[in-house]
Write a protein that binds this ligand. Structure first.
Ligand SMILES: Nc1ncnc2c1ncn2[C@@H]1O[C@H](COP(=O)(O)OP(=O)(O)OP(=O)(O)O)[C@@H](O)[C@H]1O
Ligand SMILES: [Mg+2]
Length: 406
């Protein structure tokens, strides 16, 4: 493996996270050498709604990570999210010329190309074309056809598209922040890269990324991606429900959710109360924790029902042996794993990003799965050839630890 630096930026609704990874020559895994986190993003449900705020948030998160790494973020991979995302499984087919003894890389590229030449509406563009399986002369289940002989090569590919105006806007906004884009990655797909194991993907699994404004999901089966979708509900909807239910500001509702919220009221009694004046001097009421949990439970049930419907749409409702893996800030709500099990009828657990060297404790959290996954995506992207000068990784790790202990 050649030395390489990869930069991932997760532009979420609630925050922008930049992760810089460095892989030393001969190493299989990168070290995390820079991290930048900026609260706020000027985004709403995956779409830029305040260009100035988004530009400033990206700049701040990138600069912080660059300072820590002592490296410039030259070509970055950026998350894409939002309800405008759509995905289908498409087939592609080519004839292999008789003169050819065996199928080559060029043929694979050609057949994948035909899989993306599906009719994409004028206002949409392709984000990912992921080959799931190849067929040679009708023989199914081939993972890599290079070197095989045959006259007819087919591919079954997962094609993910997004709305051109939204992507264009995002591109321009990131560029305005002075960052050159190497590629876009669908947010939950990036998260799947950092938390799912090969075994889970083989067995059949759904990764669920519960963010602030959206919930992304990606289904894997027999090792390959099978379905992906982004739903327009996130944990901020719970916050709004709490604000309405308790008649408080959104700020107080957010703090109540994070400090006292639970996914189910079962274990709570009405005598369990929260004194809101402790959170905000302007507040004076005492509220029941049980009532709070009932508000949260109702919204979570709606969310899991939507996920279940999405799984049913592709015939995988209750059919994924490795179950549901939950990531994103919304997955940090106590009791959510039980709620996922009950509502989805699947095993469930939280997903943590793979542990990488240089990883600070703060990143060992389901909330950072996407940002780390984007960096890993860039690391593995063969089309990206930038190689950076060697530098001392251990000194950077010390610097990161110092910064966070301050
Ligand atoms: N400890 C916690 N308990 C409950 N909810 C939490 C906790 N920490 C964060 N959240 C919620 O998680 C959400 C933020 O999660 P995350 O950072 O994954 O979102 P995002 O990536 O910014 O948004 P999106 O993916 O929708 O663009 C917020 O709604 C926040 O209230
Ligand atoms: Mg997110």
């Amino acid at each position: 493996m050649k030395e390489k630096v990869s930069v991932g930026i997760d532009i979420g609704d609630s925050q922008v996270v930049t992760v810089i990874g460095h892989r030393a020559e001969g190493e299989a895994y990168p070290n995390i050498v820079g991290v930048g986190i900026h609260k706020g993003s000027g985004m709403r449900r995956g779409v830029v709604t305040d260009v100035e705020e988004t530009v400033a948030s990206i700049s701040a998160a990138v600069e912080e990570a660059e300072r820590m790494a002592g490296l410039p973020a030259e070509a970055v991979y950026v998350s894409v999210n939002g309800e405008h995302i759509a995905a289908t499984n498409n087939k592609g087919l080519i004839a292999i010329p008789r003169s050819k003894e065996e199928i080559g890389h060029d043929d694979v590229l050609r057949v994948v190309e035909t899989a993306q030449s599906v009719t994409v509406p004028a206002n949409r563009e392709i984000l990912h074309v992921i080959p799931r399986m190849f067929m040679v002369d009708g023989q199914e289940g081939i993972k890599d056809p290079v070197g095989m002989t045959g006259s007819r090569l087919e591919v079954d590919a997962h094609v993910i598209t997004g709305s051109t105006p939204f992507i264009k806007n995002l591109r321009r906004t990131v560029e305005q922040a002075g960052v050159a884009i190497a590629g876009f990655v669908l947010a939950p797909l990036a998260a799947s890269k950092s938390v799912l194991t090969k075994k889970q993907k083989e067995l059949g699994v759904v990764l669920i990324d519960i963010g602030a404004g959206t919930t992304g999901l990606v289904v894997f089966e027999e090792g390959d991606i099978y379905h992906s979708a982004v739903l327009p509900i996130g944990s901020d909807h719970i916050t709004s429900d709490i604000a309405i239910g308790l008649r408080t500001s959104l700020d107080v509702a957010e703090r109540v959710k994070v400090e006292y919220g639970m996914a189910s009221p079962i274990t709570l009694s009405d005598k369990d109360t929260i004194d809101l004046s402790k959170l905000d001097r302007d507040e004076e009421q005492e509220v029941s924790r049980r009532y709070l949990a009932e508000i949260i439970e109702a919204r979570l049930q709606e969310l899991f029902l939507m996920i279940k419907a999405e799984l049913r749409k592709v015939g995988r409702d209750g059919m994924l042996p490795a179950g549901a893996i939950l990531v994103g800030g919304g997955a940090k709500l106590p009791g959510i794993v039980e709620s996922a099990k009950d509502n989805l009828g699947l095993p469930a657990q939280l997903g943590f990003p793979v542990e990488l060297k240089g990883m600070i404790d703060k990143l060992d959290d389901p909330r950072y799965a996407t940002a780390i996954g984007i960096m890993l995506w860039g690391m593995d992207d063969e089309s990206e050839k930038t190689v950076f000068p060697t530098f001392d990784v251990s000194s950077v790790i010390t610097r990161i630890k110092e910064l966070f202990s301050k």
